[in-house]
Unconditional design. Structure first.
Lengths: 564, 406
């Protein structure tokens, strides 16, 4: 009996299934939930990944603390942060916060669980991203092993991007969601086309209309939404190219699918305007505004092929070349455009490497599956499968692997730091939750001293944390693009200890936090500094110089007389 | 939908949507182009700079006779090869463009102005071996600065000097590349201004005198500049730090307050903050004044001077005291110290300047020019107008005056 795949079954078949099942013991769960060993392996792998992500210390390089501070400002004032809220020296520069929703989410996580909350949020978002990607690759190939290969490829290409919590982490989730929408739409469209062909109607899958919603959400989460818009444009535009290649240019104008894709693209582009900045969000994303808080393009530099990130990139390009030649499935225009566009963007700015990783895996995984001769598993028709299972004698251990999967998930949940509070376990030490470079000692000291410095200088990533913890105005932070050029260059000189007292005087910096590991010269100079500077605090990691502009005894006396 | 209807709709459909896509993709670029319009100059720009008004006439600070003696010492005896441009700059600022001297060694005000604004006059004094003082650039005329004795010694000091002596923006200048005007010098300074540049006091001063407007303008770094932001930047720095013991910043703030009275260039809160800042400086000065009436480089804290000082005791005290008296002379009364404080300072300046011999005058001329100008301002006039003919303008032999003084 030939039964169409999917959920469409004739009433006669359904009745037959019911009859068959009534003859045997009916399991409480559908047999579909009877997992096999491969499911356990995947589940185990996923939970190991989750635990690793949960225990990764929060890296400071993504400016996570600055985003938390911005989120705090947004929640407190119901407005987007201005330049001077974070950086007094950026006064007069209009600020463009392109990640307000991410900021609020990060602040919420920090509010609920502190660094542990952020760590859990990070683990959940990244795991969700990898899971969705796994689903995408599975739907593309029908094989779990290629799903894992795809996820491994993404991780290898975008390792540096994945290990840091920042608004782009939410952007990755959105892109994986968009790819899932594409795959689902493709499958449904194919199924609908099969059904509707006999009626002569156009094929339409509603799932694609999730794309504009996703893009609207993405625009508010991170400026990387431009990647999503580009992917959508490639998806829409290249279908036209494929039609032209197949049927000639005249047919494009009449191709219903092309028209529909164009509409989706337009609605999606319009949806990107649904953000507090409107059109300026695009300018910020394209690097046309210099005043973006945490501009994406400022985060990276041209990719070096000899670097740790460059080697996987080069290997992916070589692999793509190999697949282009060997794959039995021809590459479509959109696949070529997505791959080459992503590769060029990554070569121009290593920030885009992670995005390239996703797109490269999306393009390459189906071809890998085809090239290595593994056909997608043929779905056994459900009725036939049910009938087969119902004829079999009851298997007491049918759900044993399902149970093992549940146990694995449960154990992973219990082992994760998120369970500490629930189980009343000892909280994870703070220095394990944040990156080793985070200046915890200085922050504690500043808190205890109750100092009110006029302006503090520290390394930009340290300033993010110290500013959040101590509410101290800082000379620089990781939003370097916000600062005037002069301040940036002076900060760089101060970092190296070059004429540091003059620069500190010019900006009225009265507290300098030195990273002893990264600022060896400055540390030496600080030890030799004379009045009015003195070392107020020192630990293994840092050294704090404060300015002692205390009035002389004579002045103090006169001051007291006046005040009386 | 039939294929025939598709055919009819297709051209319209595609034209319409192509237009939409073009509009959507071009909008960000249109906005970006608007954002990247070259930074505008502050507007409106006055042709004649604002004149700083003189508030006080205190004979007890300096008597007419004392003033004449002081001003005689401060004559610009610069008719010699290669006079330092910084000295010439200060001399012009002290005496203005109308001053004329009987002493043939002295340059008149106009001659001094000409050296600064006419390349030929500059070459006559400095020769052709040194690069020109004025350089024509794409965004105006730059004054060579901080490159030795043949150049200005502070960023935009020359521009501020010319503004303070009333040079209009349409004043022709002769740069090596051909004729230009003062407006080009001003334009260059404004277009290259950075709020945190090495020295911003004089640019702020020139801006207040030539462009007293509350409207913002955009600096080369994309910052919206207003006088509120300028004032806050000036006040950010600790008292006592910066050029001339930080006194130039206080002078600029005093000028901003004056200009604000006539042109409302600052928000009331900022103006109040400026007054408070000046008052805080006055309080410190009152506390740290020496019994004889002078201040030193440590005026802001009273601690012993750290390390080796570049200048001798007399020079430092002359510098600090002369500058303090200068900004007090134009500051509102409510930021002034008790009367005896500035009288004591004025009299110390008079005594000290009287004791200066010719080499010391030459060595300390820039500080002396500030002190002499300050004393003249305290008598309600400028040096050129305060000078008594018999003792200053018509003096032809400086040694005679020196003997007479002795």
């Amino acid at each position: 009996m030939t039964v169409p795949s999917g959920s469409f079954r004739s009433s006669a078949e359904q009745a037959g299934t019911r009859r068959l099942c009534s003859m045997a013991l009916t399991p409480i769960l559908s047999p579909r939930f009877g997992f096999g060993p491969s499911h356990v392996v995947v589940c185990l792998l996923w939970m190991v990944v989750y635990l690793i992500l949960s225990y990764l210390p929060l890296a400071t390089s993504g400016g996570v603390w600055r985003h938390v501070a911005a989120g705090e400002h947004i929640c407190a004032h119901r407005t987007l942060p201005s330049a001077t809220d974070a950086l007094p020296l950026a006064a007069g520069r209009p600020a463009t916060d392109t990640s307000w929703l991410s900021d609020v989410l990060l602040y919420g996580a920090d509010l609920i669980g502190g660094p542990a909350g952020l760590s859990t949020l990070y683990a959940c978002v990244v795991l969700q991203t990898l899971s969705i990607l796994g689903a995408v690759f599975y739907l593309q190939t029908g094989r779990k092993r290629f799903s894992i290969v795809g996820v491994a490829l993404v991780t290898a290409l975008g390792f540096h991007g994945i290990t840091v919590l920042r608004p782009a982490t939410f952007g990755l989730l959105c892109l994986s969601g968009l790819l899932l929408v594409f795959v689902i739409n493709e499958r449904r469209s194919r199924a609908l086309a099969e059904r509707e062909r006999c009626r002569g109607a156009d094929v339409l899958s509603c799932s694609i209309w999730l794309a504009p919603i996703l893009l609207a959400l993405w625009t508010n989460l991170d400026s990387s939404f431009v990647v999503g818009a580009a992917v959508l444009a490639a998806w829409a535009g290249c279908s036209a190219i494929d039609v032209v290649a197949r049927q000639g240019i005249a047919t494009v104008l009449e191709d219903a699918d092309c028209r529909r894709r164009l509409l989706v693209l337009e609605v999606s582009l319009a949806a990107t305007l649904l953000n507090p900045l409107g059109l300026d969000a695009w300018l910020a994303a394209l690097g046309l505004r210099p005043d973006v808080l945490g501009a994406a393009t400022a985060l990276g530099s041209p990719l070096v092929l000899g670097s740790l990130a460059g080697v996987p990139f080069a290997m992916a390009c070589l692999a793509a070349g190999y697949l282009l030649k060997k794959s039995p499935k021809p590459f479509t225009a959109s696949e070529i455009l997505l791959f080459t566009g992503g590769a060029l963007a990554a070569a121009w700015n290593s920030y885009y490497l992670i995005w390239f990783g996703l797109l490269a895996a999306y393009v390459m995984v189906p071809h890998i599956a085809k090239t290595f001769g593994v056909a997608p598993r043929v779905h056994v028709p459900e009725v036939a499968e049910a009938a087969r299972e119902c004829h079999l004698p009851p298997q007491p251990l049918q759900f044993s692997y399902t149970l093992i999967c549940v146990m694995v998930v449960g154990v992973a949940g219990l082992l994760s730091p998120a369970a500490n509070r629930t189980l009343g376990a000892r909280p994870r030490p703070r220095d394990h939750m944040v990156a080793r470079q985070t200046p915890l000692g200085v922050a504690d000291w500043l808190d205890a001293q109750n100092l009110c410095p006029k302006l503090m200088w520290a390394m930009p990533d340290w300033c993010d944390y110290l500013s959040l913890r101590t509410d101290t105005p800082v000379m620089v932070n990781s939003a370097l693009a916000m600062l005037p050029d002069q301040v940036r260059s002076d900060s760089a000189r101060l970092e190296q200890g070059e004429r540091w007292q003059t620069i500190a005087d010019r900006y009225a910096v009265d507290l300098i936090v030195i990273d002893k590991e990264r600022q060896r010269r400055m540390t030496q100079l600080a030890r030799r500094a004379g009045w009015p500077w003195h070392i107020a605090y020192e630990d293994k990691q840092s050294l704090v110089l404060t300015r002692a502009d205390q009035p002389s005894p004579r002045l103090a006396t006169i001051g007291q007389e006046e005040s009386t | 939908m039939s294929s025939a209807s598709h055919s009819r709709l297709s051209p319209t459909f595609w034209c319409f949507h192509t237009l939409i896509l073009i509009a959507m993709s071009s909008l960000p670029w249109v906005r970006a182009i608007r954002l990247y319009t070259p930074p505008p100059l502050p507007a409106p720009v006055l042709n004649e700079p604002v004149e700083v008004s003189l508030r006080y006439d205190e004979p007890k600070v300096v008597t007419d006779k004392q003033l004449a003696a002081v001003l005689a010492k401060a004559r610009p005896r610069l008719r010699k090869p290669r006079p330092k441009i910084s000295v010439l700059d200060h001399a012009l600022r002290c005496w203005g463009t109308t001053a004329e001297f009987a002493d043939p060694q002295c340059l008149s005000g106009l001659e001094m102005q000409q050296v600064l604004l006419d390349h030929q006059a500059y070459v006559e004094l400095w020769g052709t071996e040194v690069p020109p003082l004025l350089n024509r650039e794409s965004d105006g005329v730059a004054v060579r600065t901080l490159e030795g004795a043949s150049t200005s010694n502070h960023v935009d000091h020359t521009l501020a000097t010319l503004a303070e002596v009333g040079t209009p923006l349409d004043q022709p200048i002769h740069a090596p590349g051909g004729p230009a005007s003062m407006r080009d010098v001003f334009t260059h300074a404004v277009r290259n201004f950075s709020l945190n540049q090495k020295e911003y006091e004089w640019t702020a001063l020139a801006l207040a005198l030539y462009a007293p407007t509350p409207q913002p303008w955009i600096s080369k770094e994309g910052q919206w500049i207003t006088f509120d932001i300028l004032a806050k930047r000036i006040m950010r720095q600790e008292l006592g730090t910066g050029v001339c013991c930080g006194q130039h910043r206080l002078y600029t703030l005093a000028v901003l307050l004056q200009v604000n009275e006539s042109h409302e260039i600052m928000q009331p809160a900022t103006a109040q903050a400026v007054e408070d800042h000046l008052l805080a400086a006055t309080v410190r000065l009152t506390r740290t004044q020496h019994a004889e009436g002078w201040w030193d480089a440590n005026w802001s804290h009273g601690q012993p001077l750290a390390g080796e000082q570049k200048l001798g005791d007399r020079s430092r005290r002359l510098l600090a005291t002369g500058h303090v008296m200068e900004w007090w002379a134009i500051a509102p009364r409510n930021v002034l110290p008790p009367r005896e404080v500035y009288i004591r300072a004025g009299q110390w300046l008079v005594r000290e300047i009287e004791q200066l011999d010719a080499p010391s005058v030459e060595k300390n001329y820039t500080f002396l020019s500030h002190a002499a100008r300050a004393l003249a301002l305290w008598r309600g006039g400028l040096p050129a107008t305060s000078c008594l003919p018999t003792t200053c303008l018509n003096v032809s032999a400086p040694n005679e005056l020196a003997d007479g003084e002795r």
